[in-house]
Design a protein around this ligand. Structure first.
Ligand code: 48F
Length: 257
């Protein structure tokens, strides 16, 4: 057993893939439910898709269910996505399906990776790359450890035909764009309209209308869409996240042709 061979296997395999994914069709920021669903459905169309996730763990806010009770609720409209991923559920009351969040995250993660999407965890997106007319053309990456330790280390950059902001409540990519490029989003103010208080029904309905291209080259999905467009939050009902991820995949697949 040679430790150096083990080290070579890890570094060589990792960096071969990292190099390959520096130029992709779609780069997704955040591996929560919306980012995973977007990656899965895009990868299944044969596109080259990568997710960058800041944390060690995949799954974003889905692991914790509601208030750390590890169950999620999904409405009838999104049951087809649970079926697609083969996530088991029970009908609690007509129209309300409850699933184990651990099974939901681990199954989505596994199927997304096996569909061909690549997930790089422990990497934080700290900026975007732009070209003429403020077209978003890629992401600026750094190790999350660098960010956490506040080290003065320059990042690296990757290119992507389209970027998806799937960073949840913080809508981090859109916030970066507004801060650095100006109020040029397709919102009422051009900036981040800001998330509104809890109203699950409106939030789950409207998220589908606001899952879209928010400025050239940048799409928004999941809770980030609600935050950017001033919609209410919805709490631990996850159908909107899954449907929004699927919708953004369809919108981008259509653009890619
Ligand atoms: O928060 P998150 O799960 O986003 P989502 O897919 O789902 C929202 C629900 O979990 C829940 C809800 C549902 O009703 O309201 O909150 O919209 O996942 C977002 C992921 O993005 C990562 C973050 O660590 C999380 O795993 N993330 C955020 N900012 C960055 C990032 C960044 N700058 N770089 C890389 N990853």
């Amino acid at each position: 057993m040679d430790e150096i061979t083990i080290s070579r296997a890890i570094t060589q395999s990792y960096f071969n893939e990292f190099l390959d994914y520096l130029d992709v069709d779609v780069a997704i920021v955040g591996a929560g439910p919306s980012g995973l669903a977007a990656a899965y459905y895009l990868a299944r169309t044969g596109r080259k898709v990568v997710i960058f996730e800041r944390k060690l763990s995949i799954g974003g806010g889905m692991w914790g269910g509601g208030m750390m009770f590890n169950r999620i609720v999904v409405q009838s409209e999104a049951k087809c996505i649970l079926d697609e991923f083969d996530i088991r559920y029970q009908e609690f009351q007509p129209g309300y399906f409850v699933a184990d969040s651990v099974e939901a995250v681990s199954t989505m993660c596994s199927k997304t990776v096996k569909s061909g999407a690549r997930i790089f965890n422990l990497i934080t997106v700290e900026d975007v790359m732009i070209r003429e007319n403020d077209l978003i053309t890629g992401l600026v990456l750094n190790w999350s450890a660098v960010d956490l330790a506040k080290l003065h280390v320059d990042p690296l950059t990757m290119r992507s035909k389209y970027v998806i902001d799937a960073t949840g409540h913080a809508a981090e990519v859109c916030n970066i764009v507004v801060r650095k490029v100006g109020k040029k989003l397709s919102t009422s103010t051009g900036g981040i309209d800001g998330e509104k208080p809890m109203w699950a029904e409106v939030a789950e309905r409207e998220i589908m209308n606001y899952t879209k291209e928010v400025c050239p080259g940048l799409f928004v999905t999941g809770m980030a869409a609600n935050a950017v467009f001033g919609l209410p939050r919805m709490g631990p009902i996850f159908g909107g996240m899954l449907l929004s991820g699927k919708k953004v995949a369809e919108l981008i697949a259509e653009k890619l042709g």
